[in-house]
Design a protein around this ligand. Structure first.
Ligand code: TGC
Ligand code: FAD
Length: 392
């Protein structure tokens, strides 16, 4: 069941994209239609990450796509955003996996790593031969990562890491974890470390019982005196600013991804409303209240597209501030969740089934509105930007 995606473009948004951008978008769209859509409902129901798609994604250049060299595709930030849009039109959990691999694992190695670290890890991660995860959040420190208790202590040519991380996407399938820890002999300065997940003392346990992002792996990590060579320190890191720079990359991608989830809900609701007949044997799309719901969705999707495109153009120009990323992430994820709720109503009882993607998007978006900074934390980040007063 379900409908074939018809494309969503009310404001001639495509006319704002160049040929390369349209080609990248269409390649990602075809990949999702041909490979992800046919299996995603089963994956979600079974709580299974579709790992079989990873090699093809590596071949198509979808990992670390906006990085240059080291086997990466060297896409612009707008092209990268359009890929995220298409992936999340398929499923937020699938997009999460790609966000983590690209923005939270490859980006910090690329930005803070040595030449040797980059040569060792980036081509493998770009090809999908190695997978990574990003450990910032802890059981007691989510919105406030600065409170983290994970510690790294220097011991000769090694660092010894001890602590716990929570809610870590791809935690049990990762070959390498980027672990953020306070370095005891540097006055507890936060720094990033490359931790191979087969090192003694490293454990990852999958989180079960999720009603959201079921096609993505989430795990708790335990590090019990894990020894790594000092060469595994990412030398460019120093202070909480470093992981927050990684979050900027991921949040920017999420702002696009959310548009994809909203497009899927809107397109499904539109096609359903034109087909479903009630009362005068006319489609429910002929009723004013249904039309208003569709209009709300397409209005918000169109505004979100312009916001993310503007952010992407600024990112490509090097002028994108993190407060604008907060605006885009906060607005677009909220918008997508509202679209999922409205679209679900348009489908009536059918809206709650797996025959249509809407309920899955709705449940997924409950995670997306929480991770990478909750909706309210992004309000506080924007509040600080406009008043100059931090209120956390
Ligand atoms: P604060 O004192 O404000 O800031 C510390 C230093 O960082 C600078 N800074 C930033 N730099 C770059 N980008 C940003 N977005 C930045 N925000 C702040 C700041 O200027 C300062 O620099 P300096 O030089 O003075 O040291 O830090 P705070 O402890 O008060 O916290 C501020 C807050 C709330 C904004 C931050 O901690 C926060 O963003 N909290 C939310 C946590 C979060 O988003 N966690 C995400 C974990 S990863 C994840 O969820 C992956 S989900 C999978 C997927 O992506 O799909
Ligand atoms: P809390 O910080 O405890 O917040 C609870 C509530 O309190 C929220 O509503 C919040 O907005 C509110 N609140 C907190 N502080 C304030 C304040 N000062 N003022 C007003 N309200 C406040 N993390 C990683 O490091 N790596 C990952 O790969 C990763 N993947 C994830 C995948 C999933 C599926 C999920 C659900 C989370 C993931 N996270 C990951 C963690 C995610 O970033 C955190 O869940 C998020 O930052 C919120 O932290 P918390 O859950 O501890 O909530």
């Amino acid at each position: 069941m379900g409908f074939k995606f018809q494309g969503v473009d009310f404001i001639k948004f495509d006319s704002l994209l160049n040929e390369d951008e349209l080609m990248v978008r269409d390649t990602a769209r075809a990949f999702v239609e041909d490979n992800l859509i046919p299996i995603i409902e089963d994956c979600f129901r079974e709580g299974r990450f579709p790992r079989e798609l990873v090699p093809m994604m590596g071949e198509l250049g979808f990992f670390g796509a906006n990085l240059q060299g080291y086997g990466c595709a060297g896409m612009s930030n707008v092209e990268y955003g359009l890929v995220m849009q298409e992936f999340e039109r398929g499923d937020s959990g699938f997009r999460s996996f790609v966000s983590v691999q690209s923005a939270l694992v490859m980006y910090p190695i690329y930005t803070f790593g040595t030449e040797e670290q980059k040569r060792k890890w980036l081509p493998e991660l770009a090809a999908g031969r190695k997978l990574g995860c990003f450990g910032l959040t802890e059981p007691g420190f989510g919105s406030n990562p600065g409170g983290m208790t994970t510690r790294a202590t220097r011991d000769g040519d090694e660092y010894v890491l001890t602590g716990e991380k929570m809610w870590i996407t791809s935690g049990t399938i990762a070959d390498v974890a980027i672990i953020w820890a306070k370095v005891t002999d540097e006055e507890d300065r936060v720094r990033g470390f490359l931790v191979e997940t087969d090192r003694p003392g490293f454990r990852a346990d999958e989180v079960h019982g999720k009603w959201s992002l079921r096609a993505s792996v989430t795990a708790g990590l335990a590090l019990q005196e894990v020894r790594i060579p000092v060469t595994n320190l990412l030398p460019g890191t120093g202070g909480l600013k470093s992981p927050l720079m990684c979050l900027n990359q991921a949040r920017y991608g999420i702002s696009w991804g959310a548009i994809g989830a909203a497009m899927s809900c809107y397109d499904t609701a539109l096609q359903y409303a034109k087909m479903r007949k009630q009362f005068r044997n006319e489609p429910i799309a002929s009723h004013q209240l249904i039309q208003e719901k569709l209009v709300w969705m397409i209005s918000e999707i169109s505004k979100a597209q312009l916001l993310s495109l503007h952010a992407g153009r600024m990112k490509d120009a090097g002028t994108l501030g993190h407060e604008v990323i907060s605006l885009a992430k906060r607005n677009n994820v909220w918008m997508a969740l509202e679209c999922a709720r409205i679209a679900r109503q348009i489908l009536g009882g059918n809206g709650i089934t797996e025959d249509y993607p809407i309920m899955r998007h709705m449940m997924n978006l409950e995670s997306v509105i929480t991770y990478e900074g909750t909706h309210d934390i992004h309000a506080l980040i924007m509040g600080q930007a406009i008043t100059g007063i931090p209120s956390f």
